[in-house]
Each structure stands twice: as C-alpha cells, then as structure tokens.
Design a protein around this ligand. Structure first.
Ligand code: FAD
Length: 432
C-alpha cells in the first residue's frame, strides 16, 4: 500500500518547523511521505529580514539549506513555486522557475498530495497606493532585503560626492509604523554609524534622516500604549522623525506624498504597511478574507476542504473573542506544533483538536540600542513590561527557539557559540 503524501507549501517560520517535526514523527518511521515545497533554496527566518536589509546580518551564517536540512530530518524538499491547486485531482500546479537572466531552471510541473498544508506567508499590502510598486522597496523576502541593502550602500556612497546628492541630507522614508518599520528605522541608524566607522561613506549618522510614517494615531497600534510611547521616545531620541496619523497617498521616485499633500523628499522608500496573503490564493475556490488569507476552522482545516490545512500569515484562524490569530512568528510556530498532532491524528483516524493561540507577549528590537515589549504570564494578564538588557535577551531568545525547533539542542548551542565567536572575528556589518 502506498504511503499518504503530506505536502507543506512554504518553508518559513511555521512550515519549516512543521516539516522538521513531521519528518521525525511520520517520515522516519515511513508512515507518510512528507514533502516541503518552497520557491527558494534556503530558509532565512523572516523576523531577521530587517537586519539582512541593513547588512547587520550576514545571511550565509543564518541561512538553512533546504536540501541538506531535509536529508537530515526525513522529509523531501522540492523546489517550486505554487501557482494553483486542482482540488478534485489533488494536484498542485507549480510555475516554471527562471533564473535572474530569465532562463528556465525548472519547467511547470504538477505535484500530487493527500493532505496539503498551506504555509506560504504574506507580502506587504500596498492597498493599491499609486507609485508604491514602482518606487518603494519591500522587505518581504531575502531577495528583497538584499536588494534594499545594495541600494542603500550605493545611496550612502553617492552622498560622499556632493555633486551626486539629491537632497541636503540622505533621507529614507519608511511607511508603516508596525514592528517591521520600527525595527528597520532603528537598524538604519546603527547601519549608518557602522558604515561611517568602516569608512564606506563620509556620511555620519547626524546627516541621515529617517522618516517613519504611520496612518494610525500611534506607532505599533497592535501593542499597548505604553510600548508604543516608549518606542516613539526611543526612536526620536536616536533622531528618527516619527509622523503618526499620517497616511501616504502616493510614492514617487524621490518623495512620498501624504494625504494632506505634504511632500517628504526621500532618497529611498520602504513600504512596510500591513500584510496580505499572496493574491492567487483568492482564486483557488477556497474561502478567503479581504487579505486573501484562507479561512480555516479551529482545527486549522480550510472551511471548504478538510484535506487542506493552513497556518501562519496566510491563514485566517478564528480566536475565541471573534478576532483572528495575529500574523506573527509565534502564532505560525504554535500552529505548526498543533498541526503535527492533528496530522498524526488524521492519519490514525482520530478526531482533530482545536487550536488555541497563546499570546506570550511581543518584543520590538531597536537595533543594539534597546528592545521594548511585554511578556504575558497568562492570556488574561496585561503583560510584564520589559525594556533594556532583559528585553534584548528575551528578543534574542525568540530566534534561538526557532533554531531549536528546526535544528535541535546540540546544533542550536553550537550556532550560539559560533555567533559569539564571529562577533570577535568578523566585521559587524556585511558591506557588499
Ligand atoms: C522585518 C520583519 C520583522 C518581523 N518581526 C517579527 C517579530 O519580531 N515577532 C514576530 O512574531 N513576528 C515578526 N514578523 C512577522 C513574522 O515574520 C511572520 O508572521 C512569520 O514569518 C509568518 O510565518 P509563516 O510561516 O506564515 O510565513 P513565512 O515565514 O513568511 O514563510 C513563508 C514561506 O513560503 C514561501 N513561499 C511563498 N510563496 C510561495 C509559493 N508560491 N510557492 C512556494 N513557496 C512559497 C517563502 O519562500 C517562505 O519560505 C516580522 C516580519 C518582518 C517582515
């Protein structure tokens, strides 16, 4: 009898943890074929992308190669980009993969499944704002983060020659005062100091200007007022100009235009305002919400098709209070853990359990200057406010927990040691 095939689409924060644990539970004892499909060949944990974008993180150190990882963890990796689902035939349509020159690397193909887990994350939501697609960087993938870094270094270099300067000050506009925008703003100040220290540019941090623009009345609207006030004070202390209650109605090559027709001159724009799931998800005959997220029941099964599960940013999963589970790495991680149990139960013909999200709090990193956030002691508590050294340690532990779920304890311990050693051996910033 042939083994059932479980295909996980997307090896991100949730999908890679799920593939690793299912590989051990079902792949190793040959109870199921576990297949991980991702359009990339390597995994970088998404909350690190702002560090990759500023060069503070050298991705080669933190990238996980799917092929090597899959062979060590008893699942099969397939490179491919999902473009559609034939639910009757239980087949996935994979788009051809082309290289940077447009040459085909892999042709269009089909991939069969018995159970499908959609874990393909989200992209930034430009809400159809004119000029954003053409004139703003997005930090949704390692490729986009690296493209921003190249552009940023070139812009810094240009400011060493007064004849190439477009504005008196090198100015970066970041649209979106959520965690991505806030963390990127702080990281840019750190990066500008380091660029100066490495002699890459004559620009010192006093000469760069960062505008952080948020449409809501305060930064980090999803977190407590105390966190958003503290973060705003810290950012302003560094020199970031924070604009709250400011929507952007248009992006141009060298400026952002606000809803009140104010023009903010910029050299580089980053769009980090809101998320949506990939648009093609809304065309698969599955119920989706207005952000293209697949509507799932509490068992994490699509409300239309019990053979299709979804987790993380691409899932619209209800919580008890009528709100949806938030798009966070900790939610994707908890859902992956829950799905391991539910998929094993599914194969054994046992009932599936409901998922319950536990908010363990939120931490925002302000580069190496600080971190601010709260840790929850219980879902009913208002959270323990943290800042400074303790918050920085708690923030760093989030990544270690992800590493633990995909590498196990011995390798995570070694990775920690290598990181410590590299602080002495390597420059703090990647400069190319
Ligand atoms: C800069 C930044 C900072 C963040 N900081 C935090 C934080 O501090 N704390 C927190 O909780 N959350 C944070 N987040 C949010 C967090 O990263 C996401 O909520 C989390 O990564 C979602 O996990 P996921 O598994 O759903 O998707 P992802 O981790 O995004 O993974 C999706 C995977 O799917 C693959 N994929 C996409 N489309 C296809 C396709 N068509 N075919 C095949 N493969 C595909 C991608 O290559 C990727 O590997 C941050 C996000 C950003 C961008």
């Amino acid at each position: 009898m042939s083994l059932p095939t479980i295909v996980i689409v997307g090896g991100g924060a949730g999908g890679l943890a799920l593939a690793t644990q299912l590989g051990r539970k079902l792949g190793k004892p040959e109870r199921a074929n576990v297949v991980l499909l991702d359009r990339n060949t390597t995994h970088v944990w998404k909350p690190l992308l702002h560090e990759l974008a500023t060069g503070v993180l050298n991705s080669s150190m933190d990238e996980v190669d799917y092929r090597g990882h899959s062979s060590a963890h008893h699942y099969r990796y397939q490179r491919g980009s999902l473009s559609g689902i034939d639910r009757q035939a239980k087949q996935l349509h994979l788009a051809p993969i082309v290289d940077e020159q447009g040459e085909e690397v892999l042709p269009a193909r089909q991939l069969g499944y018995d159970y499908l887990v959609m874990a393909l994350g989200s992209v930034s939501n430009d809400f159809g704002t004119p000029g954003v697609a053409e004139h703003c960087h997005f930090i949704d993938s390692p490729q986009q983060a690296k493209a921003f870094q190249r552009d940023m270094i070139n812009t810094f270099l240009r400011y060493t020659d007064p004849s190439l300067r477009q504005h008196p000050q090198l100015t970066i506009g970041i649209v979106g005062g959520g965690a991505t925008g806030v963390e990127l703003a702080a990281e840019l100040f750190d990066a500008s100091r380091m660029l100066n220290a490495y002699g890459v540019t004559a620009t010192d941090h006093q000469q760069i200007s960062v505008h952080l623009l948020e449409a809501a009345p305060r930064l980090l609207p999803g977190l407590s007022e105390r966190i958003s006030q503290t973060v705003q004070q810290e950012l302003e202390g560094m020199g970031v100009t924070v604009h709250v209650g400011t929507a952007i109605k248009e992006a141009q090559a060298s400026c952002l235009v606000t809803g009140d027709d104010d023009v903010i001159e910029t050299d580089l724009n980053v769009w980090a305002a809101g998320i949506k799931a990939p648009p093609f998800l809304a065309e698969q005959g599955l119920s989706t919400n207005n952000k293209n997220q697949i509507k799932v029941a509490k068992t994490l099964q699509s409300v239309d098709d019990p053979a299709i599960f979804a987790l993380g940013d691409c899932a619209d999963c209800p919580q008890g209070d009528d709100s949806a589970v938030p798009p966070r790495a900790q939610a994707a991680h908890q859902q992956a853990k829950h799905l391991v149990k539910n998929l094993v139960n599914q194969l054994e013909g046992k009932p599936l359990a409901d998922f319950r999200y536990r908010d363990h709090g939120s931490l925002v990193s302000l580069a190496r200057y600080d971190a601010v956030g709260s840790l929850m002691r219980s879902s009913a508590s208002r959270g323990l406010f943290l800042e400074g050294w303790l918050a920085r340690r708690a923030y760093a532990s989030l990544y270690r927990m992800h590493q633990l779920s995909i590498h196990g304890a011995p390798k995570t311990g070694l990775a920690w040691l290598v990181d410590k050693l590299n602080r002495y051996l390597k420059p703090r910033m990647k400069l190319h």
